[in-house]
Design a protein around this ligand. Sequence first.
Ligand code: FES
Length: 227
Amino acid sequence: MPGDQKNEKAKIHVAKNGPYLVSGGIPLSRQTIVCNARGDSVAWQEGEHYPVQEKYSLCRCGGSGDKPFCDGTHLKIHFDGTETASRVPYLERAEWVEGRDIRMSDAPGFCSHARFCVRGNGIWDLVERQKSQEMREKAIEEGAKCHSGRLVIWDRKTGEPLEPGLPPSIGVVEGPGTGLQGPLWVRGRIPVLSSRGFTYEVRNRVTLCRCGRSGNKPYCDGSHREK
Ligand code: FES
C-alpha cells in the first residue's frame, strides 16, 4: 500500500524562481531508465546515493554547474519558475480504463514520458483485454513503473491501488539515452509546498521539472526530451 513508510519532517518547498528546498533528511539517488534493444523502457536502475543531508537545494532551472544541486545560476539567468500546474486533485482529472478485475486511472497532465506504458500494444490494451494472469501482472508492473503517477492500477474488488508503498526519497532521473536528464522522481508522499503558499496534492509518486522548461511547473511535462 502507498504511504507505508513515513517521514513527518520530509518536505520540498518550491522557491520562487529558484530551487527546490528539500528538508527532512530525504535520501537522494540517481535513477536511470534502462531500455531494451528496441529502445523500449523496461526497468529502473538505481545508481549513486548522495550523502544524506538534513537540508539541501536541488536545481529547478536546469542551469546549475553542480547538478542536481543548485549553485545559484538561477539568479544569473533570471529564471522564470512561475508555477502553472493545475491544483485539481488527481482523481478528479483522471479518466478510467476498465478491465476484468483491475481498472486504471489515467491523468495525462502528469505525464513525464518515461514510456514504460507503451511497450507492445500499450498498458491500455493490457488492462482492457486482460485475458490472462500474465497480462494482469504486466499491467500492474508497468503502472507501478510510471514515475510521474499519471497511471495507477486499482483492484476492482478492494478498490485499493496496486502499487508499492514507496519510502520517502528523491530520484534524480537520467535517460533513456546517453546524457538525457529527466525529472526529479519524488516518492513516498512527500509534501510539495508551492512558493504561492499552498501544498500540492500529496501523492505516492510525482515528477518535478529540473530542466526549467516544463509548461506545467513545478511538475515535469516531458519537455526535457525536446532538443
Ligand atoms: S535553480 Fe538554482 S541553479 Fe538552477
